[in-house]
Design a protein around this ligand. Structure first.
Ligand SMILES: [Zn+2]
Ligand SMILES: [Zn+2]
Length: 258
């Protein structure tokens, strides 16, 4: 596949903690004409407008896991998608670990047909989050890995013509699967929840994420998912101790073009 346009937007680089400067988790990826959205934290639909895109343009939503700070704008998405005047005109595929269809059906149970899309408008793809999976998709190859956060946490890797382009960790801690996920990618979008010397369970810190980027031989590391403590230190310097490649401390609505 000839790539004419490949770009990533760190729409929201924060967490579930409300901040002026850091929106809740969402990452947008554009590969040629395909628009992919990873996670929909609270406020993502509005943040997409700020990024110059719309919920109407999204072709795929991928969930890294089902914590509310990553999931919760799914309800407003379904609601507005359904609107006859303001809604969507094309189908959407929503991917996530097993249990995603159940979550959707629960929403329909709670909010009624207002959030229900027809099978021609919505397809739900469930991933077995306990194993590595390979999918052939219209924008290349999508490989998923179990991450170390919840039992249903998924990391996503995109390869095009066997070239590893992008990996998105979602929430995770250090481990073998993260190294496989990130192996040789051009861009690793990785969570970096807390600064060093904290040693959190289920999350990464600058030294850990730097170690991953080094060991996995990534070209460009982009940090996201920062709790407020992260903005009190120099994350770049902390990562630099471990990783010699390109480092970007993510900011909201930042576009990275390949
Ligand atoms: Zn989480
Ligand atoms: Zn999170």
């Amino acid at each position: 596949m000839k790539i004419t346009d490949f770009r990533v937007c760190t729409v929201g680089t924060g967490t579930g903690v409300p901040r002026v400067k850091r929106r809740s988790p969402a990452t947008l990826v554009k590969i040629n004409r395909h628009l992919l959205l990873f996670d929909t934290g609270p406020g993502t639909l509005r943040a997409l407008e700020e990024a110059g895109r719309s919920f109407r343009d999204i072709d795929y939503i991928f969930y890294t896991h089902f914590h509310p700070d990553h999931l919760s704008d799914l309800v407003p998405f379904l609601f507005v998608a359904h609107s006859p005047d303001y809604g969507r005109k094309k189908p959407v595929e929503i991917w996530g670990a097993r249990g995603l269809a159940k979550i959707y059906h629960k929403y329909v149970e709670i909010f009624g047909h207002w959030v229900e899309l027809s099978p021609s408008e919505l397809s739900i793809k469930e991933i077995d989050s306990r194993q590595i999976n390979n999918f052939e998709v219209p924008f290349g190859k999508l490989i998923t890995y179990p991450m170390y956060h919840t039992s249903r946490s998924v990391g996503y890797r995109i390869e095009i013509d066997d070239v590893p382009y992008l990996a998105i960790t979602g929430d995770t801690e250090y481990g073998e699967n993260v190294l496989k996920l990130a192996r040789n990618v051009k861009i690793l979008v990785a969570e970096c929840s807390f600064p060093d010397p904290k040693e959190p369970r289920g999350h990464l810190t600058p030294s850990r994420v730097g170690r991953i980027a080094r060991e996995a031989n990534c070209k460009h590391l982009v940090l996201t998912h920062m709790y407020p403590e992260c903005d009190k230190v120099n994350l770049f310097e902390q990562v630099r101790k471990e990783f010699d490649g390109r480092i970007t401390v993510g900011r909201d609505l930042m576009w990275i073009v390949f």
